[in-house]
Design a protein around this ligand. Structure first.
Ligand SMILES: Cc1cc2nc3c(=O)[nH]c(=O)nc-3n(C[C@H](O)[C@H](O)[C@H](O)COP(=O)(O)O)c2cc1C
Length: 170
């Protein structure tokens, strides 16, 4: 019987179709909906410990124009999740307690601070998330605090932070 089931580094997925971190993983309701519709995994919207630092603007989409003024794409400046982390903890737990058919992956981001990364990883793990995606790529992820791409562009910091995460998680 053909199957789309796949295993990635020990993470078992019913199929390899994974929703990227962003609006389709912005709360429990849409995450559950993604699982109902058959996605193999959902990477939730990126979370950090202190959502009060995250101030989104509205509107936060801009048209990307070609040289002759044609719309050729969209740019977005949405930041990481502005919902309090304790709400995310509760929603991650509810999601996993309901035993969804796919994997729940937490996308996480913190400042250059070992205690903060350790706490974030351990609290997510305690409520049952299956894996982590470390957000080292967001170009507008609070660069003034050395978060996101600002961190990802520095190999030494990256090595150190990955070491903190590996030590904090099972
Ligand atoms: C409105 C919006 C919000 C996003 N938020 C996040 C986020 O919180 N964390 C993250 O890692 N990526 C975020 N992304 C990036 C997406 O995960 C994805 O990499 C990007 O949209 C490119 O994939 P696509 O071509 O399928 O849209 C966001 C993208 C959009 C459009």
């Amino acid at each position: 019987m053909p199957t789309l089931a796949t295993t990635v580094d020990g993470l078992k997925l019913p199929n390899p179709f994974v929703i990227g971190s962003g609006p389709p993983g912005t709360n429990l309701s849409v995450i559950n909906r993604a699982f109902r519709e058959g996605w193999g995994a959902v990477i939730a919207k990126t979370v950090s410990l202190d959502a009060s630092k995250v101030v989104n603007v509205s509107p936060r989409y801009a048209k990307l124009l070609s040289n002759n003024g044609e719309v050729i794409g969209w740019e977005n400046i949405e930041l990481i999740s502005d919902r309090p982390f304790r709400i995310w903890e509760d929603e991650f737990k509810k999601c996993k307690d309901a035993q969804p058919p796919g994997a729940l992956i937490a996308s996480v981001m913190e400042e250059y601070n070992k205690d903060a990364w350790t706490e974030l990883i351990q609290r997510c793990e305690a409520v049952g998330v299956d894996a982590f995606e470390l957000n080292f790529s967001c170009p507008h992820g609070l660069p003034e605090r050395k978060m996101g791409a600002a961190m990802g562009q520095d190999p030494d910091i990256l090595e150190e932070v990955c070491g903190w995460v590996a030590a904090a998680t099972k």
